[in-house]
Design a protein around this ligand. Structure first.
Ligand SMILES: Nc1nc2c(ncn2[C@@H]2O[C@H](COP(=O)(O)OP(=O)(O)OP(=O)(O)O)[C@@H](O)[C@H]2O)c(=O)[nH]1
Ligand SMILES: [Mg+2]
Length: 372
């Protein structure tokens, strides 16, 4: 099926509200009900649909069923996981061609405002835009990304856009798995632009980098030193730096910050082979420069698709993901092994007291695990 075939109108535009993740506590937009009333697709009391119903629903662009399918893959219950894997297996070959863009930056940089302005621009050009987030803090705090601080009311009401808050619950690895699988559902539902927001602190941007094609770092002028608490490592994985709020009194500062970043980038190795990472300005508030930033993303997509870098990156990402899942699975098995968990604390103490070399301790634990 071509991506054109898959550009469909939503079957149920009333289902476009932002929905909460399966564990709750992350309710999305203010004024958008995520309560249990109505056919909102996420109520815990709802009957589990058959895999076929999810598959057909997602493929037909039904937003309620898409939301329910995401809730299904977000569930940690093993019965749900089984159906979820069946749904994903059937949908994998049915995905449309998409551009996946990760967007990071310090809180308040204007990521959500940018996504709203960009998303509206893209839907008016006929794109189907899906937005989600990776916010590991949401498990603990209820989250802020795409939460109550969001600036995406207009995009949320757009029939050609779909916004899904960060999955909640579990480790960063768990949140990332759910987001990756959500992206697959988006693509099977015909969304050709996928935007993934993340906070500019910690490990979450590394995770997002590993699931997107293009990684955008949104920064501000004059917010302290030029890297603004963003680790240099994050600049190194970016495909572009966008200095936002280039408007009103901030215009001159934003322009000079852009040149400053351009100079910094000159000394770094680009994140993507064959691409020159640049610094740009925009005002997400006025919209100026927003679609120009998108033109850069499109140029990137064209270049990397032509050179094979795009395909190589996507397959490397998939392989790395399999390995990460296996590592996590092994770690879980190891930790839950009764003998191992008992001995672990004892051996670690012996190591800490200097009575046992770390290598011997690890070897003992692994032997115990191997011998059942
Ligand atoms: N002047 C101006 N203000 C902006 C612009 N973009 C965003 N803002 C304002 O900056 C504040 C933060 O914007 P958000 O879009 O919520 O920032 P964010 O990066 O998503 O923040 P978090 O989700 O908390 O990490 C809001 O008050 C916006 O109205 C801009 O281009 N110009
Ligand atoms: Mg935000």
């Amino acid at each position: 099926m071509s991506s054109q075939d898959k550009k469909k109108q939503p079957a149920n535009p009333s289902a476009l509200n932002v929905r909460k993740g399966v564990d709750g506590g992350h309710d999305g937009l203010p004024g958008h009900s995520t309560g249990s009333g109505g056919d909102n697709g996420d109520g815990p009391r709802r009957r589990l649909l058959s895999a076929r119903e999810y598959i057909d629903g997602v493929l037909s662009g039904d937003r309620v069923l898409l939301a329910r399918a995401i809730t299904l893959i977000e569930s940690n219950a093993s019965a749900h996981q089984e159906v979820a894997q069946e749904v994903l297996t059937a949908l994998l070959p049915r995905r449309c061609e998409s551009i996946r863009v990760g967007i990071t930056g310090v809180p308040g940089a204007g990521k959500s405002t940018f996504i709203e302005a960009l998303g509206k621009g893209l839907t008016s050009r006929g794109h189907q835009v899906a937005v989600t987030a990776v916010d590991p803090s949401s498990s603990l705090t209820g989250g802020s990304i795409l939460g109550d601080k969001t600036r995406m009311e207009k995009l949320a009401a757009d029939p050609n856009a779909f916004i899904r808050p960060s999955p909640t619950g579990g480790t960063l690895g768990g949140v990332a798995r759910k987001t990756r699988e959500t992206i697959m559902l988006f693509e099977a539902a015909g969304f050709d632009v996928i935007l993934v927001e993340t906070v500019g602190v910690g490990q979450s941007e590394i995770q997002v980098r590993s699931m997107v094609d293009f990684f955008l770092l949104v920064l501000l002028a004059g917010a302290g030193d030029e890297l603004q608490g963003i680790k240099k490592g994050v600049v190194e994985i970016a495909d572009a730096i966008l200095v936002n709020k280039a408007d009103g009194k901030g215009l001159a500062a934003a322009r000079s910050a852009r040149s400053e970043f351009e100079r910094v980038l000159h000394y770094l190795r680009p994140a993507t082979e064959g691409w020159v990472t640049g610094a740009f300005n925009c005002s997400s508030a006025t919209g100026e420069g927003v679609m120009e930033m998108w033109a850069v993303v499109e140029k990137f997509a064209e270049l990397t698709r032509g050179s094979g870098v795009h395909d190589r990156r996507r397959s490397t990402q998939e392989q790395a993901w399999v390995r990460a899942l296996v590592r996590e699975g092994l770690e879980d098995l190891f930790q839950s092994h009764p003998g191992v968990s008992e001995q672990m604390a004892i051996l670690e103490q012996q190591v800490a007291r200097g009575e046992l070399p770390a290598t011997s301790a690890a070897r003992k634990l692994l032997d115990m695990f191997r011998n059942g």
